[in-house]
Design a protein around this ligand. Sequence first.
Ligand code: PRP
Length: 194
Amino acid sequence: MTLEHSYTEAVESVIFDADQIAEAVERLAERIAADYRGQPLLLVAVLKGALYFAADLSRALARRVDGPSEVIVAYLTVSSYGNAHRSSGEVRLLKDTSTAVTGRQVLLVEDVVDNGLTLQYLRGRLLDRGPASLRTCVLLDKPYRRFADVPLEYVGMVAPDDFIVGYGLDYQERFRNLPYLARLCPGVFLERKG
Ligand code: PRP
């Protein structure tokens, strides 16, 4: 595969290409559409990482005539990694959603679950508001260092135990806009950022 983009020298290898991601999104949309058929659904996307996934998933749901009666997309912003390589274990809610959750069918949309603390924290915050139901949809499951036993109703793909960037996932805020999921060259982690 030819890597034609500005980050070519930083990418070691592609883990899931754009077609594989699109297929995973379609599979998830098919299941979610069937489960919420005829009902309104609130997607709560966890920024920044789930930006691209939520955009694609919500549009995949819109293309299904037999799916939810309507889909509303809300956002909140958390951070646990900061600029670090691994999660700090401390989840911070940087910006809450202003969309009402009470009484709604809610689907949390995450790009990746690793130790699970982010989802555990967010599920607690949302359950306090009394949704009619709360499920989680995650594109990538990294089950290797799970601390928190969180229910994952919809999982797109199981990721290898690597630091992964692209399709919303970053390293020090870079690489989110790669159209695929990739491993970085080790040298990238040695660069000093001012
Ligand atoms: C990443 C990812 C998840 C979280 C998962 O967010 O988007 O929200 O980590 O990790 P965990 O299961 O170990 O808690 P990050 O803090 O990097 O912020 P970002 O979404 O802005 O990249």
